[in-house]
Design a protein. Sequence first.
Lengths: 337, 337
Amino acid sequence: MVSIKDVAKHAGVAISTVSKVLNNYPNVTEATRLKVNQAIKELNYVPNSIAAALSSKHSGRVALLMDPMRQTRAADQVYMQYMLGALDCAKELGMDTVTVFFSMIEGMTADDITRYLRSQGVQSVIIFGLSQEDRVIRDLLHEEDFYFVAVDAPFVTDSITSVGIDNAEAQYEVAVKTVSENLSRLEPGHGPQSVLYIAGKGSSYVTAERTRGMKKAAEELGVSLSIRYGDFSESKARNIAMVTGKDKDIIVCASDMMAIGAMYALKELDVFHPVCGFDGITLMGYVGQGMNTVRQDFYDIANTAVKEAKRLMEGEKGRQVVMPHELVRMNYQDVIL
Amino acid sequence: MVSIKDVAKHAGVAISTVSKVLNNYPNVTEATRLKVNQAIKELNYVPNSIAAALSSKHSGRVALLMDPMRQTRAADQVYMQYMLGALDCAKELGMDTVTVFFSMIEGMTADDITRYLRSQGVQSVIIFGLSQEDRVIRDLLHEEDFYFVAVDAPFVTDSITSVGIDNAEAQYEVAVKTVSENLSRLEPGHGPQSVLYIAGKGSSYVTAERTRGMKKAAEELGVSLSIRYGDFSESKARNIAMVTGKDKDIIVCASDMMAIGAMYALKELDVFHPVCGFDGITLMGYVGQGMNTVRQDFYDIANTAVKEAKRLMEGEKGRQVVMPHELVRMNYQDVIL
DNA sequence: CTGTTAGCGCGTTCAA
DNA sequence: TTGAACGCGCTAACAG
């Protein structure tokens, strides 16, 4: 294995000089920089990130913390996009990553997790989809030793950056759109429309935000609104729609999976009402024939999260980053193209 | 950060003694072992795996190499299961992992990849879903410096272990089952049944195996068989079924996604024929109303792959591991329960 | 059986 | 601007 020593020898300089070139230190002559880079190329040298991490203390290592089991299985797509986005970006930026699923840290205290991450040389942590319940993770956020990027969670401090879409605005938009589209379907004299909103998990930040958006939409549109909590569960949403969906004009759901559950319920009840979702997963296209949904670009969000982690490690302070979203109509054609 | 030095001091022994206890060396008195473990517990010491990896050369680091983009997006579920299985098991066994997606090594030569993995301290590599096309990966397999576990690929040498189900047998079974179930639906005098087999990618190992199983089934059942290659693509399978599926009695597909494509084609043609798939992804349950499929436990396969990697690193020779499969019928009820 | 010592490959002072 | 020397936390000979 070719090491920094070989490069130094080959270039006729000292090891430390090579290191300086590698890490873009300012105090290196252009001439020697060229010499070193030349040697690096000729020897096909790739720095050993293990050694670098051990030696420097700002390893640039970032942990990706996620719980792909929590929601229904169709969340796979979301987390896969998260991972792709994060790993691609990290590779690009020369950062090492450690993937950590919740199942791996089950039963650990925040301190345990801190020690574990530390043992892996982790310097910053990206948390995907934290919910209020995660006491342990919330404790972890107070850990002074790490930088954090919280995806879809509202925390911002000097060492915590928050990344996500504007959930309230997005929910507002998709609700308004779906209701508007439905107006023409109503006979005159039908009276005000009624909307069933199947919200997510009561305790989660995104649920609060989306519910806020939904309420605003209902108010502006002058429609009556009933709210139920489906906990992001397909089957719970299905049951809710089964019981209270029949006499509603429209069902708005805080996740695609719940929209799918609601849709199947309506099918079983043998009635048709528009249903809209939130997320933009392809599964929507398979089961619904043209459902509105909010599309989040999870790949891009993860990308940004990694960049924000880097930014923190470079000494910048935490901030809030709002990612764009879009409204789409999913159907089978779109999915297989 | 509490290091091995602190533990040694606290226990009143030498650093190397602690190391020996940590790595289960034989030559340690039970008394000192206890002392050391006591100190470890009291200090909440967690070994720094970075330092261990740098120092020891058999880091136990395993790279997970996968291409979650290759197939259609519904492959997310498969790869997510792979990852969960692999990471859980690795954590359990105290092995570090590096997740590598193909997108990250795009354009690299086998040597480039070798250097990259080396720079990450990787000692063994698990390759998920290698196809004949991947010249680069196939070259990589000849690399002497790594141990390999190939999932769903037939390679076995002293340093390569192969893990996967018996594809021929599984395809045989699901074909026989589906054809048998369909027998009763035929009017007498219909003549021999005809089966359309939508195979995978011509160049892949699993495709060859599954096709072999299908041929055997057709022969034994006395049905006529047409074979087309859908390249594991939903839309290609859809087109194939569109053109040649109408007058067939049954369509057997080498993947669930192709089965879904075929099913949508039949729907569009407004005919019904049984379709069966292969993989056991939940999406099958959403779109088909009771489709047969072969179920592979991807979580378990990845679990085994990691254990096999460890086994190789412990000096054992490569071997072939055949995992069990099962036949299931997927429908919506099963999915949401 | 235990302790001393020399690296692993690199980042980082501090002199020169 | 460059280079020698030390140390990161740990493993692995070797010596005692």
